[in-house]
Design a protein around this ligand. Structure first.
Ligand code: ATP
Length: 302
């Protein structure tokens, strides 16, 4: 059974076509990165999966059931959700907030201390939320989302406000949850560093599914070039490479197709004047920018 299944799912909000014919299936233990520009339809997709809204057309299934149907209450106990711009009751302590949500979700109270420890908030557990920094509130939001060891976790901009170490801790936490069998949907505008933690990416543009697949599939599909940065005095490239090279910061930048990478590398290493070489493979950011540039030239049906 697929944990999440969207079939030709569409959502219109009084004339705004927020999502058009989206197909998606997610299996247990998969981590999906959901990306797209502002207003692309990411939050709408998450709301459909949470059962907060119904699709205008098509079908949404979570654990094989309609998330807005009769069983939705039981189904939601298996979900964890961190919304964008999380906010809590300011006068309560972190511990009280989490204990309150644990009660709402019907989970054991002993998880509260463990989760506060896990997100690095144990030292501030008895302080009121109004004294928390932005990053501390975000960590509390994460702890709230992890209550009840959810089988499906939806995280909207989870690393906003987290410092680099906390961001790294967060992604390591994602890897642990995946290893325990949780399915995770991660929605983010911050692409750097995400790639090694996701199995697949889904890129939305103006409510349309622009691309979906593993990073290697998308890298192959986009056929974005590999870039070499070369340093050396009086570097003279073989004639066959010169057309794709340009000068940059006292060195040379060279673009070649992915298929030509190894052959080019061998040619470059044979150059006596080569002193240094950096190789840049297409990143998730490059892939994302490729599809974003594409939608400016595409006539998308609305
Ligand atoms: P962001 O990155 O800015 O959070 P998003 O990808 O999450 O954007 P959505 O919030 O899903 O985008 O919005 C998709 C489209 O639907 C936008 O055009 C938005 O204005 C519209 N929309 C969302 N909610 C409503 C609503 N309740 N009523 C009318 N239009 C809405």
């Amino acid at each position: 059974m697929n944990i999440v299944e969207l079939q030709q799912a569409e959502k219109n909000y009084q004339g705004v076509e927020a999502l058009k014919s989206i197909n998606l299936s997610l299996q247990q233990g998969e981590v999906l990165g959901l990306f797209g520009h502002n207003g692309a339809g990411k939050t709408t997709t998450i709301k459909l999966i949470l059962g907060l809204i119904k699709p205008t057309a098509g079908q949404v299934r979570v654990f094989g059931e309609d998330p807005t149907g009769e069983n939705a209450y039981h189904l939601r106990r298996q979900l964890g959700f961190l919304q964008e711009n999380v906010s809590f009751y300011q006068q309560m302590t972190g511990h009280e907030v989490l204990a309150y949500f644990a009660k709402l979700k019907g989970c054991e109270k002993k998880q509260v201390n463990d989760l506060l420890e896990e997100v690095g908030l144990a030292h501030a557990a008895m302080r009121r939320v109004k004294t928390y920094s932005k990053g501390m509130r975000q960590r509390l939001g994460l702890a709230q989302a992890l209550l009840g060891q959810p089988k499906l976790l939806l995280l909207d901009e989870p690393t906003v406000g987290l410092d680099p170490i906390a961001t790294q801790d967060f992604y390591q936490g994602i890897a642990r949850l995946k290893a325990q069998g949780s399915t995770i949907i991660l929605c983010s505008h911050v692409l750097a560093g995400v790639e090694k933690y996701i199995d697949r990416a889904l890129i939305l543009g103006q409510g349309h599914l622009l691309a979906e697949g593993s990073l290697s599939t998308l890298t192959e599909q986009t056929n974005l070039p590999v870039t070499f940065h070369l340093q050396g005095s009086n570097l003279l490239l073989p004639a066959s490479l010169q057309a794709n090279a340009s000068e940059i910061n006292g060195g040379l930048k060279l673009h070649v197709s992915q298929q030509q990478k190894m052959a080019t590398l061998q040619q470059l290493l044979a150059l006596p004047s080569l002193e240094n070489i950096d190789i840049h493979m297409p990143s998730l950011e490059d892939i994302y920018m490729h599809y974003m540039n594409d939608i400016q030239h595409m006539e998308l049906p609305r």
